[in-house]
Design a protein around this ligand. Structure first.
Ligand code: ARG
Length: 588
């Protein structure tokens, strides 16, 4: 039995039973238990219940109290307060025993249960575009998506990752034609170039092709013919196209590696992966009447989507020249994910600026019957990354910031912080920690605000040791690990017979809610809730550490018990940070 029932669930159950025995019609009613400042918990459910039963709330509350068992098993004390609330204090023994059960969980999951009926969620995230630089928008999708994947997998959900990269479209005509006329430009083995080199190769080709395209009418014509060849599946043209995809992947993988993030090749199914389905998708939509021909194009109309002139703006599934675009691809991807991958949920971690697209695509899929009560789609829309000035993040020259430059700068700043603090670290260790702290800082800044909000990219703030930053959490972890090392032979051990200090109780009660927070963060695709929990955990730990000497505690039993609280805090921080994709170095 690895999964542990939380204290609040136990109290909730106990109160529900007491309620039902005091008032039979209250059977199954929620006592509405909440954490409280006055006691450990407050139950607010009696008021509404008394009103319904036309009873006096204070009297009903008193009757419930008389049916609650108190002692050191679970509830130490319960009293009526105000018009009919219950204030509940948990027994110290119950807190320690509960934490000891989490600590003893041999699966390493800290007693967090897994769902009994997992569904299959497809997470669409980290989707850069071929032959283009990655920018901060791609950072957000990758960081948020990766955390959502970790959270869902931890709760037991089946997760399929999809990196819907932009690898198709008319712009490839120009690139392919240019490469065809300069055939040896990308001739090398994958392991011969770095990510940086791959991107600079692509950039050079792109600029050269563009120059020729803009200045040479005959090249333009040849490039346009190439698009037709590509769409027709001409083998030579496809082979050229593949070179661009492969070169881009070298670059993408190098960025994902820098981000300390696992992206697997088979999960990269870009736009081109749905080419074979496009015609059928259109046929199905047209036959069912979901889409109609309008001025030659195949369109889906919506009552509530209108342009500035008041005319309806349709979703164009097929253009009048027969070409397919972004919408046809996404609709085909939905069919693939629902019918082949057997998904029950689809999550798209995509910029809020694409919200209208997804609204129309999802509604179209619903009308077609591909999405319904059993298969839901959700755009986890994220806001814009802003510069310190509060405007969308740009370089001083007004260009979009290259993601790699930004990550390198974060690593540099973090290394400086690590170096300043480190007394006994070697250069190699400083480099390693610098990367873990720098990348952690970038990820945490992104994950600690709710995704739909914009946030300011402020490296000074991100690598600060004080405040709501990953560095603060990483230091808290490293400090605990150092105490545990200093303890030497003395091992952490739970002693339920000990009375707890207020700071220990606060820390302990918070540790107990980890499972609940993880469940909520996963269910709502809201990593920021986990980040907030972890920050509070580190703060409660700091308060505990200030007030309660650990190695110099009063008795050997108390030393062991406090070490046990330290260790459980460290494990929870470590696990929680891992779910955010952030490392917790042993020393800092
Ligand atoms: N490649 C796109 C971009 O860079 C994001 C793709 C989002 N996913 C999707 N299924 N449309 O904006």
């Amino acid at each position: 039995m690895a999964s542990v029932t939380s204290l609040s669930d136990s109290v909730q159950q106990h109160l529900a039973d007491a309620l039902a025995s005091a008032l039979p019609e209250a059977d199954g009613v929620d006592p509405l238990l909440r954490r409280s400042d006055r006691a450990d918990f407050q139950a607010n459910g009696i008021l509404a219940l008394a009103k319904k039963a036309k009873a006096n709330p204070r009297e009903l509350a008193t009757q419930v109290v008389s049916r609650v068992t108190t002692g050191d098993e679970l509830i130490e004390d319960v009293e009526v307060s105000g018009p009919g609330f219950l204030n509940i204090t948990i027994a110290d023994r119950a807190i320690t025993e509960n934490l000891a059960a989490r600590y003893a969980d041999e699966t390493g999951r800290l007693g967090v249960p897994q769902t009994e009926n997992p569904g299959t969620t497809v997470v669409d995230y980290a989707q850069p575009n071929v032959a283009k630089e990655m920018h901060v928008g791609h950072l957000r999708s990758a960081v948020i998506g990766d955390s959502v994947v970790q959270l869902l997998e931890f709760t037991g959900e089946n997760v399929v990752r999809r990196h819907h990269i932009g690898d198709w479209g008319t712009q490839f005509g120009m690139l392919i034609q240019y490469l065809d006329e300069h055939p040896h430009e990308l001739d090398h083995e994958a392991d011969e170039v770095s990510g940086e080199e791959a991107m600079s190769n692509l950039d050079r080709l792109y600029k050269a092709a563009r120059r020729k395209f803009d200045s040479d009418e005959e090249f333009k014509t040849r490039a346009r013919r190439r698009v037709v060849d590509l769409q027709a599946g001409d083998p030579h043209t496809l082979a050229m196209w593949q070179k661009f995809v492969d070169e881009s992947k070298i670059y993408f993988f190098s960025v994902f590696e820098k981000l300390d993030m696992e992206v697997r090749d088979p999960d990269i199914v870009g736009e081109s992966g749905y080419n074979d389905m496009l015609a059928e998708t259109c046929r199905l939509l047209e036959e069912s009447g979901v889409a109609v021909r309008s001025e030659g194009a195949l369109c889906v109309f919506f009552d509530d989507v209108k342009g500035p002139d008041g005319n309806p703006v349709p979703l164009i599934v097929q253009k009048s020249d027969g070409g397919y675009g972004y919408a046809a691809t996404d609709l085909s991807a939905i069919r693939d994910r629902v019918f082949s991958l057997k998904a029950t949920s689809l999550v798209y971690v995509v910029d809020a600026r694409q919200s209208l697209h997804f609204k129309m695509v999802f509604e179209t899929a619903r009308r077609a019957g591909w999405l319904n009560e059993d298969v839901k789609a959700f755009q986890l829309a994220f806001g814009t990354v802003l510069g310190k000035d509060g405007k969308p993040f740009k370089t001083r020259e007004g260009e979009t910031v290259r993601l790699v430059d930004l990550l390198d700068e974060a690593i540099d700043r973090a290394s400086a912080v690590v170096r300043e603090k480190a007394q006994d670290l070697s250069e190699a260790e400083i480099a390693e920690r610098g990367a873990q702290v720098g990348i952690g800082a970038v990820k945490y800044a992104d994950l600690s605000t709710s995704a739909n909000r914009d946030y300011k990219f402020d490296l000074d703030q991100m690598v600060s040791l004080n405040g709501d930053t990953s560095v603060y959490l990483q230091y808290a972890y490293a400090r605990i690990r150092s105490i545990l090392r200093k303890a030497g032979e003395v091992r952490p051990a739970a002693h339920p017979e000990l009375e707890l200090h207020a700071a220990e109780r606060a820390l302990g009660l918070h540790l107990d809610t980890f499972a609940e927070v993880v469940r909520e963060a996963a269910a709502e695709y809201a990593p920021h809730k986990l980040a907030a929990y972890l920050y509070q955990l580190a703060s409660l730990y700091t308060a505990f550490y200030d007030k309660c000497p650990v190695l110099k505690a009063e008795s050997p039993a108390q030393v062991e018990n406090r070490l046990f609280l330290c260790d459980l805090t460290a494990r929870t921080l470590h696990q929680g940070m891992a779910l955010l994709g952030i490392r917790t170095p042993e020393r800092l």
